[in-house]
Design a binder for this molecule. Structure first.
Ligand SMILES: Nc1ncnc2c1ncn2[C@@H]1O[C@H](COP(=O)(O)OP(=O)(O)OP(=O)(O)O)[C@@H](O)[C@H]1O
Ligand SMILES: CC(=O)N[C@H]1[C@@H]2OC[C@@H](O2)[C@@H](O)[C@@H]1O[C@H](C)C(=O)O
Length: 398
């Protein structure tokens, strides 16, 4: 029995596990959550680790993104394998925090998204929205002895939401300010923005996926430098390239950018077939590899600036955009973002520049979301996901 429970404890430790759309590895964070007398809470990051996926595991995960390869036996076995890897990541970060599993009240595990279909499909006369995250919570709970909350998204979808994004709920709790309107921009595989108006209530927060984060950059780098590179580390390639206006203009026509809110996207849209199409064009135009990388880096920054102008600026002119996720470690991308936003009066800062961790942010969020599940309190933001009502997300494995 865990000594850390949800009865009469105003302070507890929670673990958050995140494996995002980039499939670069498992992020694991231990946080200490302390309730305050005014009904709020404080959250302190105690330890953080990233365990990269072995290359063969990463390849097996990518195979599951292709519905033709994702047979039910492969999904079933990877679900358990990822549960094992997530449990190891949790045990390791608990040790790094100087704790024992018995000290930890809950593990919140996002899992690995292998398919996300938030728009309605008709099946036998029913409206179907679905999303698939794997990484078995029962395995995580069994190996660690700590209750695990997993599979958060389906509950929001069951009440009409997109099942994403979920992190804004925690951004509202952790970042809101009385006098500044903040944009929290995550640049992972996908880019997503949370708008936190100055002095706002929970109902006034909104968020959406801006489009690709690093997904197109990673996709073209992997194809143009096969077996050598999986990302443009430090923006080294983009820095040497020039923007190709023809390709940039073509990519800017993607209908997702002007689709109305709420909206979310994923690898289904900006994954391998999109990269095939883009590289076919680049080949016909005889483009240099570095020019392709520079152009898609520029596109990514443009899509964020464009989203701000379309969906935010008129109602909520922002003071600052705080950049998190792996993209904040690409200085060329951050510089392009500054060029898009600073002329509009929006200061661009990375999480590191404000003393936080870009890497740990999403793992921390899932620790906090799981804490709410255990307290039986709603943890979605209907205004953000489009859900009809607040709901308690997450499935508990004891
Ligand atoms: N040093 C670096 N230089 C350039 N890019 C980097 C660097 N470090 C990370 N990245 C980029 O960040 C990506 C990983 O970002 P992150 O871990 O935030 O994504 P994720 O959590 O998988 O995605 P999502 O938030 O969409 O689910 C890498 O694939 C790479 O493109
Ligand atoms: C279905 C899914 O896994 N979506 C991810 C993805 O990666 C970024 C963006 O697209 C966001 O919508 C979401 O993740 C974060 C953790 C979220 O729900 O807030």
């Amino acid at each position: 029995m865990n000594s850390a429970t949800y009865d009469n404890h105003s302070s507890r430790y929670a673990v958050g596990l995140m494996s995002g759309t980039s499939v670069d590895g498992i992020d694991a964070a231990v946080v200490q959550i302390t309730d305050s007398l005014d009904g709020g809470m404080s959250v302190r990051l105690i330890a953080f680790e990233n365990s990269p996926y072995p290359a063969a595991v990463r390849q097996d995960i990518f195979d599951l993104f292709d519905p033709l390869k994702a047979t039910v036996n492969k999904i079933g076995s990877m679900n358990v394998l990822l549960g094992e890897l997530y449990a190891e990541a949790a045990l390791s970060v608990i040790t790094a925090a100087g704790l024992r599993p018995v000290d930890v009240a809950v593990i919140g595990s996002h899992g690995q998204t292998i398919y996300h279909a938030p728009e309605s499909e008709q099946l036998h006369g029913y409206d179907i929205h679905y999303t698939v995250q794997i990484g078995e919570g029962s395995v995580i709970a069994a190996r660690t002895g700590v209750p695990c909350v997993s599979d958060f998204r389906p509950a929001d979808m069951a009440v009409g939401g997109q099942g994403a994004p979920l992190v804004p709920f925690t951004e509202y709790l952790l970042y809101r300010e009385a006098h500044r309107t903040l944009l929290l921009q995550n640049i992972g595989g996908i880019g997503n923005m949370t708008v936190i108006p100055a002095g706002c209530t929970q109902e006034q927060v909104y968020a959406f996926d801006t489009g690709p984060g690093n997904m197109i950059i990673d996709g073209v780098v992997e194809r143009l430098y096969p077996g050598q590179l999986t990302m443009d580390t430090g923006g080294a390639i983009a820095r040497q390239g020039e923007i190709h206006e023809g390709l940039l203009n073509l990519l800017m026509q993607e209908p997702y950018y002007s689709q109305s809110l709420p909206k979310s996207t994923g690898r289904e849209q900006f994954g391998s077939s999109y990269i095939d199409w883009l590289l076919d064009y680049a080949k016909r135009e005889d483009m240099k590899a570095e020019d392709v990388v520079a152009t898609v880096t520029k596109l990514t920054a443009w899509s964020i600036g464009d989203a701000y102008c379309r969906y935010v600026r008129a109602q909520n002119p922002a003071d600052a955009l705080l950049v998190g996720g792996g993209g904040s470690y690409n200085p060329v991308l951050v510089e392009f973002l500054r060029q898009e936003l600073e002329p509009l009066g929006v200061q661009v800062m990375t999480q590191e520049e404000i003393g936080q961790s870009s890497d740990a942010k999403e793992a921390v969020a899932f620790a906090l979301l799981a804490d709410y599940t255990m307290k039986q309190q709603p943890n979605n933001l209907p205004n953000v996901t489009g859900a009809a009502r607040p709901i308690i997300m997450g499935k508990i494995s004891y």
